[in-house]
Design a protein around this ligand. Structure first.
Ligand SMILES: *Cc1c(COP(=O)(O)O)cnc(C)c1O
Length: 368
């Protein structure tokens, strides 16, 4: 039986440290803010050569408070890729703005820069870049577009901890970047939490105030905000795991390279070769099948062989019932991807025998 996301190996490795982290917070009696939150925020910012980090209750909350801090709300438009997790556009709606969906690039599924520029109107305030599946979206065209049209760039790095382009970690070169520590992400808490990073002092301050009930001082509220703070216990658990970020990503990259080599002759579109110019962190290893029928059959075949797989994502955002009111043109690339992609198991603790078994079964499927 091969699970899709297996956290057991992490918890075996870190059990004692996680237990110590639990007891140290438990005994401190401070469960909301505290030294663990402070340590995580400064370490996460330092890792990204960013000045400020503000912990949040989830990755979704990170996006919400970041958009609010950029003064985005009713009447504003925010450009988002059609292929991403729901929360990217949900956050735009939560702040009262309108998501404008844009199609993506065919293989790594990042938002397509030319189409993004075409979607800009006088109401556009920001573009959200999503480093989907851990593939860093090449930043240069977006920096140029943002400058030309005076827009903010927000990075949704929920799937991309430690991914980099030319040595720059994702999240380190735009106005503001949002991370998630949902348990299954590359760095996960033992529950929900997230983080906003930025180099702008005012933005960081506003994010912190918004995430804490709009509170300037103890009983003085200057804004209507949210209860969107990270809690001390989750911060303590993340502090245990964060030092492993690069080691675990290296492992994911080796696993991905091995899949790429071993599956090269299959009738599949595999993730492209990668190097330090564009270094994905393989939150997911996503293959494209030639059709929906092949994808569905392959998934069913693997399930029968006790190999769990996933689809990220089967319904593009512009076709989600909840976003019906933002109807737009067809998004052929996102729609085709949604019907043909399949995510194979990948996690740092995956054993070579397990990966070989997945590969063998895929070969078996295509030799029938
Ligand atoms: C997981 C995820 C989020 C939301 O993060 P949560 O911590 O689950 O709220 C946002 N965007 C993307 C692309 C994600 O994968």
């Amino acid at each position: 039986m091969i699970k899709f996301v297996d956290l057991d190996w992490q918890h075996r490795l870190l059990r004692e440290s996680l237990e110590q982290a639990f007891y140290s917070v438990f005994e401190s009696n401070s469960f909301i803010g505290g030294s663990q939150v402070d340590a995580l925020e400064s370490e996460f910012a330092r890792l990204h050569h960013c000045k400020y980090g503000v912990g949040t209750k989830s990755g979704t909350d990170a996006l919400v408070v970041a958009l609010r801090a950029l003064n985005i709300g009713a009447g504003d438009e925010v450009i988002v890729p059609a292929m991403t997790f729901f929360a990217t556009a949900e956050a735009v709606c939560i702040v009262g703005a309108t998501p404008v969906f844009v199609d993506v690039e065919p293989i790594t599924l990042g938002i397509e820069p030319t189409l993004a520029e075409t979607a800009i109107t006088e109401k556009t305030k920001a573009i959200i870049l999503v480093h989907l599946h851990g593939w860093p979206v090449p930043l240069a065209p977006f920096l140029a577009i943002a400058q030309k049209h005076n827009l903010a760039l927000v990075e949704d790095c929920a799937q991309a901890h430690g991914a980099s382009e030319n040595g720059h970690l994702v999240g380190s070169r735009t106005q503001v970047a949002c991370f998630s520590f949902f348990p299954g992400k590359n760095i996960g808490a033992l529950g929900d939490s997230g983080m906003v990073i930025t180099n702008h002092q005012k933005l960081a301050e506003t994010v912190r105030i918004l995430a804490n009930h709009g509170r300037q001082e103890k009983y003085l509220h200057t804004m209507v905000g949210y209860n969107a703070r990270i809690n001390e216990m989750q911060a303590a658990f993340i502090n245990v795991k964060l030092p492993y970020m690069h080691t675990w990503n290296d492992k994911r990259q080796s696993l991905a390279a091995y899949y790429n080599r071993q599956l090269a002759d299959m009738p599949l579109q595999l993730p492209p070769a990668f190097d330090e110019h564009r270094l994905p962190c393989f939150h997911l290893y996503v293959i494209h099948c030639s059709s929906q029928a092949v994808r569905d059959n392959l998934q069913a075949f693997l399930e029968e062989k006790e190999i769990a797989t996933g689809i990220h994502y089967p319904v593009p955002l512009h076709l989600q019932p909840a976003f019906r009111q933002f109807s737009c043109q067809p998004m052929p690339v996102a729609e085709k991807a949604a019907s043909c992609i399949l995510s194979l198991p990948i996690y740092p603790g995956m054993k070579i025998e397990q990966q070989d078994y997945v590969i063998e079964q895929i070969k078996q499927f295509f030799s029938q």
